[in-house]
Structures are given as C-alpha cells and as structure tokens.
Write a new protein. Structure first.
Length: 269
C-alpha cells in the first residue's frame, strides 16, 4: 500500500521550522532569531515616516476621495464668501489679504487639480451671487494668484521669486480689471484716468510756478511702476500672513529671508 511521503515537521509540535537567512549563509534561523529580527525597528520605515511628517501636504488618498472634495468645496466657498463680504461691506485691506489664501491652501493640501477645481467653483458661486463680471474680477487675478502661490510654495520657491511673479500677475489683473470695466462702460478708462492725472499735475505745477510739464507717456509709466510696487507690498504681506497661518495648519510654506525672521523675532521680544 503506497503512502504519501510526509515531511518530518508534520505532526511534531516540538519541531521548529528552518528559514534560511540568505543563500550565501549556511546556517538556519530559529524562532528566537525571528522574534529578534521583528523587534528591530525598520530604518526605512522610520525615514519614510519622518519625511512624511515634514511634508504633510503629500497625500496618499485618491484625488476623488470624499475628504478632498469636502475640503475643496469648503475652502472654495470660504474664498467666495470673503470676496462677497468685502465687496458689500469693505473693511479696508484686512479681508483683501485673504482673497487668494484658500485656493493656495487647496493647492498645498491636494495639488493642482483640486486647486483648479476650487477656483472654478468659487467663480461659479460668485457668478450666481454677484453676476459674471464681478466673478471674473475675483478669478483674475486672485483665483489664479492662489494657484500660482500654491505651485511656487509646493516647489519650495524662495520668497523673492514668488513675490515677484505674484506681483506681475497682480499687475496684469489690475489692467484686466480696467479693461473689463472699460468694456462694460464703453469708454477707455485707462486713457481717461491718466489724462485726468496729467491735468492735475500740470495744474499743481502752474500753481507752484514750477517749470515742469508732464507728458502723458511719463504719467502712464509712473502709474505702471506704482501698480507693480503696490502689488509687491501686497504679496509680501500675504506671504507673512500665510507664513504664520499655514504653519499652524501644518502646511508650511518656504521659510522667509533671514532679515524677515530677525525682524519678527525682535518684535516678539
């Protein structure tokens, strides 16, 4: 009668399985060695956890996860609400600092697709509440500025780079606003404004007996410079706000220059 061969380990509770460590080593491993190996911390896992804790914006969840959709919808509605409240109840420059912050936070937490989705949702919501023209005035430049800042911050760009590029986008948004309002009014608002400024400066020079006659092109160039400088200051303050705010939300942005850190430390003391 033929019987199937049995391994010597079957049916013997006292026997210990042998696991070769590697083909190059000729010794076997006992359960004590296995327990000791399992008790040893895995350095690769520790390093991976440390890198994840340093960059909490990296998400392993899918882009269609409920958490991403909820956060994007909430931050997009918050951005729309800030714009709406500031339009009907202006509070000076306070709320204006937060126009692009929710969209930038979406980009830091969930990436490019979610940021564009949040900007689109904000634009559609404002279009329903305030009309398409005012919705466009938010999307350009503040919605796009939030995407741009989130992109630069996620790629660890320096403050000088992000502030300069953001100020350029803000200046373009200023002239987009003038173009859109001129289109709705049926008049060249830029030409009208610069002519009025030129006439005012000419009148002041005549009253003060100054031999200075400003030209229209000179006034337009000065306005361009002033608009860019204004956007530089605005972006610098936005960076300061996001530096303090996003650190507490565990989505830090790149560190500011040394002189900014020293200035803030002196003020805290």
């Amino acid at each position: 009668m033929n019987e199937f061969p049995q391994s010597p380990e079957q049916g013997s509770p006292s026997s210990v399985p042998s696991l070769p460590i590697s083909p190059s080593e000729g010794k076997d491993v006992t359960w004590e060695d296995v327990e000791q190996e399992l008790a040893t911390p895995n350095t690769s896992v520790v390093v991976g956890e440390a890198e994840f804790s340093e960059n909490l914006s990296a998400r392993s969840l899918p882009s269609s996860s409920p958490l991403m959709l909820v956060e994007t919808a909430f931050l997009a509605s918050a951005a729309s609400l800030i714009w709406l409240v500031n339009f009907y109840f202006p509070m000076g420059p306070i709320l204006r600092l937060f126009f692009s912050v929710p969209i930038a936070l979406i980009y830091l937490r969930w990436g490019n697709r979610a940021a564009w989705m949040g900007t689109l949702v904000s634009g559609l919501l404002l279009s329903v509440l305030m009309g398409p023209p005012r919705s466009l005035l938010y999307v350009m430049p503040f919605g796009l500025m939030g995407i741009l800042l989130g992109l630069l911050w996620r790629r660890k760009a320096s403050w000088a780079v992000s502030i300069s590029i953001g100020a350029l986008l803000g200046a373009i948004g200023f002239f987009f606003r003038i173009w859109l309002i001129s289109l709705l009014l049926g008049d060249d608002l830029w030409q009208y404004t610069t002519i009025q400024i030129t006439d005012l400066i000419t009148w002041v020079c005549v009253r003060l007996n100054l031999a200075f006659q400003p030209s229209l092109s000179l006034i337009q160039a000065l306005v361009l410079v002033m608009v860019f400088i204004n956007n530089l200051i605005y972006l610098f303050v936005v960076h300061l706000v996001c530096w303090f705010l996003f650190d507490r939300l565990r989505n830090p942005i790149p560190r500011p220059p040394k002189w900014v850190q020293v200035m803030m430390e002196d003020e805290e003391e």
